[in-house]
Design a protein around this ligand. Sequence first.
Ligand code: SF4
Length: 195
Amino acid sequence: MTDIRPELSQCTLCADRFAATATAHRPNPVVWFQPGARLLIASQAPGLRVHEANTPFWDASGKRLRDWLGVDEATFYDRSRVAIIPMAFCFPGYDAKGSDLPPPPICAKTWRAGALDTVPDVRLTVLIGAYAMRYHLPEFTTVTRAVANWQNHPEGVFALPHPSWRNTGWLKKNPWFEEEVLPRLRAAVRNVLDD
Ligand code: SF4
């Protein structure tokens, strides 16, 4: 199997696209996976803080996500156990109104299959947000339905809303998520990481 990580780390396919955003930044792929990982976080794309720190979920979303998973920071960032593979490896930038731009589709087309091939020992996949759900769940319609439908996904797959502060309202409106889904998710995470 070819190791795509050195080439991916140098990727500049979106240089022109990023230069044209309000942030006018350069590509900086945040590559955080290696063979042997058992838990896959299939996420969306780095935010600005992650882009600057070169570390995935290096923000308040990461704190909330670790709480949802029931893991501490050291475990979460242990690449031999946890792989973090987003739909785009670089920060997509902000538009003129300061809103997050979506992950460029060319990233998943170019790199995703190779990245997933690098982690054949994954036993539990946690999908975060609509872009990852659309890629991994053929029946995807909405985030709320995908999260609520946790019992019917393929074995070893959970779907979560994005742990961003922007979803605090969603969490209040859907208390079943914390009551029903999170205890099962934490048990599944413990199971694959302790095995
Ligand atoms: S987002 Fe993906 S395809 Fe675009 S420059 Fe970054 S690594 Fe390359």
